[in-house]
Design a protein around this ligand. Structure first.
Ligand code: FES
Length: 97
């Protein structure tokens, strides 16, 4: 089972291979947003993989559409296939005027 660490929240655990980063966050009790419930349509579940990014599934076309920057993935789309170190990514609130 892969070791999954949320570096920004001091959480870690051994979780089943193939689990999404969002599911991993929920199981470990990490604070992460997921407004669309994992449908891939809100982009609030962003995570940055800072250790062993090669152990995540390849980028989905859906993720490319968000232009999230290097190393940043949608937690609900990125599946974990080996040990990884992750950080949740906070998205600033939109300012409406
Ligand atoms: S939970 Fe909405 S895009 Fe991942």
């Amino acid at each position: 089972m892969p070791k999954v660490v949320f570096l920004d929240q001091g959480l870690r655990g051994d979780l089943p291979e193939g689990i999404t980063a969002l599911e991993a966050a929920h199981r470990l009790g990490a604070r992460i947003s997921s407004i669309c419930g994992g449908a891939g349509t809100c982009s609030t579940c962003r995570v940055e993989c800072v250790v062993n990014p090669q152990n995540l599934s390849p980028m989905e076309p859906l993720e490319d559409a968000y232009d999230m920057g290097p190393g940043v993935r949608l937690g609900c789309q990125a599946r974990i296939h080996g040990d990884v170190g992750l950080r949740t990514v906070k998205i600033p609130r939109a300012v409406l005027s």
